[in-house]
Design a binder for this molecule. Structure first.
Ligand code: FMN
Length: 392
C-alpha cells in the first residue's frame, strides 16, 4: 500500500482511520461527518446490527483464488464497494471530491457525487474518467432537479441517484452544540477550533473562503454562501411523491436508482415505476433517528425486489466482514459514506485509496477463510447464521 506522511503504519483499519481523522480535523468538522440525528440510535444500530449475524465458513471449498469483481448496471467493477454521495467533501481536503473520485477510479469502482459537493459536477467530470453517478433530490422547483439531471448527462455521469430520505433536514445535535452550520460559519469559536488543527487549517487556508455548494451557484445571479444555503434548504420538498419519480423517470433515460429505501413496498413501487436499482439506506442515521438499521431492512427489500433490479446498501459498514454479510444477505454492492471521508480527511486521495485497500483486503481474506470464490457464490450461498441474542 502506498504510504504518505499522513498514513502511519498503525492505519490498518477503518476504525484507526476514523481516529486519525479525529486528530486531524477541527472538532465541529469531524462531528459533522461522524454524527447522526438526535440520539444517534440509528447511527449506532447501523453498525451494531452486523452482529446479528455470524459467518458460517466452508473452508474446504477451494477458495485459493478469489474474484471480488462485479457487474453492475452494465459496468464491470473491480469491487462491490462503491463511494456513496456525501456533501461538502471539499471541506475535509482541498478539492476533496476530485481526490475521492480519483481514488475510486484507481480502484475500478463507482464514485457518486453529492448534490452538495463543493466543486461543480462539471469540474469533477473534467478531472475524472471513471464510472461516476450523480445524486439529486426532488426540489420544490422541479425544474432544478431536471436541470441537474441534464447537466449530469452532458458531463457523462452514467447514472442518477435520487435520494428519498432528505425531504426535511434531520436534527443533528452535535452540529447544534458545535455551532456548525451549512454553510460552515467562521465565527470566533470555529476559528479557535480550526487553529488547534494547524495541519488541516494550513492545507485548507486558500480553500476556506471558497467553500460553497458548487452545483447551486448561479453565475448570472451572485449570492452569498449563506443566501445560497437558505435557498437550498427552501428547495427541499416534503410533499414529493410517486408522481415526481414518474416525471424524473420520463426525463432521465439512463440508469436511475433510488436511495433511502427501507420499506419493501417502497422498493416494489419504485421498480414498478421503472427504477434500475434500489439503495437500502437511512442516510447513515443522519435523518430519521429511530429508523430501521439498513442491514435489518435489507432481507425484506431483497425479497420484495425478487432479483428484478440490483439492491445496494449503505450504513455502518466498517469491516470486510460487514461487506461480506451484506452481500450474503442479497445486496449486489455496498456504498461507503463515512469510511471514505475519514480516509479523505487523513490523506486525500491516498487516504481514500487506503480505506478502499483495507476493506478490499479484509473482504478478500474473509472470503478466503469462509471458502467463497466470487461475489456471485457469496450472494447465492449459505454462509450466515442469525444469532440468538443479536446486537453488540
Ligand atoms: C458528511 C456526510 C454527508 C452526506 N451527504 C449526503 C448527500 O449529500 N446526499 C445523500 O444522498 N447522502 C448523503 N450522506 C449519506 C451517505 O450517502 C450514506 O447514506 C451514509 O453515509 C452511509 O452510512 P455510513 O456513513 O455509515 O457509511 C452523507 C453522509 C455524510 C457522513
Amino acid at each position: 500500500m502506498k504510504r504518505t506522511e499522513h498514513l502511519p503504519a498503525t492505519a490498518f483499519s477503518v476504525a484507526r482511520m476514523r481516529e486519525l481523522a479525529g486528530q486531524r480535523l477541527p472538532r465541529p468538522i469531524f462531528d459533522f461527518i461522524d454524527g447522526g440525528a438526535e440520539d444517534e440510535t440509528t447511527l449506532r444500530d447501523n453498525e451494531a446490527c452486523f452482529q446479528d449475524w455470524s459467518i458460517l465458513p466452508r473452508p474446504m471449498n477451494g477458495a485459493g483464488v478469489r474474484d471480488l469483481s462485479i457487474e453492475l448496471l452494465g459496468q464491470r467493477l473491480s469491487s462491490p464497494m462503491l463511494i456513496g454521495p456525501t456533501g461538502l467533501a471539499g471541506l475535509f481536503w482541498p478539492q476533496g471530491e476530485v481526490a475521492a473520485a480519483q481514488a475510486a477510479q484507481k480502484h475500478g469502482t463507482v464514485y457518486c457525487l453529492s448534490h452538495g459537493s463543493v466543486c461543480t459536477l462539471e469540474t469533477l467530470a473534467q478531472a475524472h474518467s471513471g464510472v461516476r453517478w450523480m445524486q439529486v433530490f426532488i426540489y420544490k422547483d422541479r425544474g432544478f432537479t431536471r436541470e441537474l439531471a441534464d447537466r449530469a448527462k452532458a458531463s457523462g455521469y452514467q447514472a442518477l441517484v435520487l435520494t428519498l430520505d432528505n425531504q426535511l433536514l434531520g436534527k443533528r445535535e452535535r452540529d447544534l452544540l458545535n455551532g456548525f452550520s451549512i454553510p460552515p460559519r467562521f465565527g470566533p469559536a470555529q476559528l479557535m477550533a480550526f487553529a488547534r488543527k494547524s495541519r488541516w487549517w494550513w492545507a485548507m487556508r486558500k480553500e476556506l473562503p471558497r467553500i460553497t455548494f458548487g452545483n447551486y451557484v448561479r453565475e448570472n445571479r451572485p449570492e452569498s454562501v449563506a443566501e445560497l444555503a437558505g435557498r437550498m434548504g427552501s428547495l427541499l420538498d416534503p410533499g414529493m411523491n410517486w408522481k415526481d419519480l414518474d416525471a424524473l423517470r420520463q426525463h432521465w433515460s439512463g440508469p436511475l436508482l433510488v436511495k433511502g429505501v427501507l420499506h419493501p413496498q417502497e422498493a416494489k413501487q419504485a421498480i414498478a415505476q421503472g427504477v434500475d436499482g434500489v439503495i437500502v439506506s437511512n442516510h447513515g442515521g443522519r435523518q430519521l433517528d429511530g429508523a430501521l438499521p439498513s442491514l435489518r431492512a435489507l432481507p425484506a427489500v431483497v425479497e420484495a425486489v425478487a432479483g428484478q433490479v440490483p439492491v445496494l446498501i449503505d450504513g455502518g459498514l466498517r469491516r470486510g466482514s460487514d461487506v461480506f454479510k451484506a452481500l450474503a444477505l442479497g445486496a449486489h454492492a455496498v456504498l461507503l459514506g463515512r469510511p471514505h471521508l475519514w480516509g479523505l480527511a487523513v490523506a486525500g486521495e491516498a487516504g481514500v485509496s487506503h480505506v478502499l485497500s483495507i476493506l478490499h483486503a479484509e473482504l478478500d481474506r474473509v472470503m478466503g477463510l469462509a471458502g467463497v470464490r466470487n461475489i456471485a457464490e457469496l450472494r447465492a450461498g449459505d454462509f450466515l447464521v442469525r444469532n440468538q441474542s443479536p446486537g453488540r
